[in-house]
Design a protein around this ligand. Structure first.
Ligand code: SF4
Length: 256
């Protein structure tokens, strides 16, 4: 084997990274180093990161390069860790697995923020490999009704729930995230259905109900894209709180 070939085999893979955030406080416990992955197959109408949609953009980085950035402030992350978000990190499954494997070898807490949309039963083994290095998942359920999910995201809901089932089987704690959008995901039927869908998961350890906001609009303008939810007002925090109570009521009822 030639030396150059040997070198390229030893070199770690690279991933397409949109950006890194050193002091994340909303994506998992403690202060976190947040890695935004490029690429997403969903097209959520309220997405505020449309610049992450294309996979082969952003910066190509190796696991070592990312962890070197982590190390610069590692004392801050003692009660936190690394969170992979995006975009959709599962689109770069192999690289994500390598990153989390290396993080776990250093004793770093790992958290994945995902929609679970790429999950397929035939790729079960690959997912199980990733699960070995995963401490927590923030699973975004965009819409609790299959038809609404398709309309809101352009993708079917079924893989998302199958992913939640696989996490439960692997015993990985799961926090459900849900954005409440006026006129789309703020009605009682949608919220109660969500409660019903997630109540059965034994690995459910939290629920974050987030109010829709319009802060992403300027990005659409910069990218020369039409914003799909033009005219929809930001959701009031109190309304989002009420929506959470509706979901929790169902969970409590079904678990009692
Ligand atoms: S899953 Fe996230 S990144 Fe992808 S379109 Fe939806 S909101 Fe945007």
């Amino acid at each position: 084997m030639k030396l150059s070939q040997e070198h390229s085999m030893m070199k770690s893979k690279t991933g397409y990274i949109h950006s890194l955030e050193s002091f994340g406080t909303v994506d998992g416990p403690g202060i976190r180093f947040v890695v935004f992955f490029q690429g997403c197959p969903m097209r959520c109408k309220y997405c505020h990161n449309p610049d992450t949609w294309k996979v082969h953009e952003g910066q190509e980085m190796s696991v070592e390069e990312i962890l070197k950035e982590y190390d610069k402030n590692k004392n801050f992350y003692k009660k936190g860790g690394i969170t992979a978000t995006g975009g959709e990190p599962l689109l770069q499954m192999e690289f994500l697995t390598e990153l989390f494997k290396a993080a776990k070898e250093k004793g770093i807490h790992t958290c994945l923020d995902t929609s679970g949309i790429t999950y397929r039963e035939e790729k079960k083994e690959q997912f199980e490999e990733l699960f070995r290095y995963l401490d927590l998942v923030l699973l975004d359920i965009k819409h609790s009704l299959p038809k609404g999910h398709k309309e809101l995201t352009g993708q079917p809901q079924e893989p998302v729930l199958a992913f939640a089932g696989a996490l439960e089987k692997a015993g990985i704690p799961m926090v459900i995230r849900h954005v409440v959008v006026p006129g789309i995901t703020d009605n009682r039927e949608e919220l109660e259905t969500l409660g019903h869908l997630i109540a059965k998961f034994k690995n459910l350890c939290g629920l974050e109900v987030l109010p829709y906001h319009t802060m992403g609009i300027s990005k659409y303008e910069r990218l020369g894209m039409e914003y799909p939810l033009k005219g929809v007002e930001s959701m009031d925090k109190q309304e989002a709180k009420k929506a959470k109570e509706i979901i929790l009521e169902v969970i409590k009822r079904e678990r009692s």
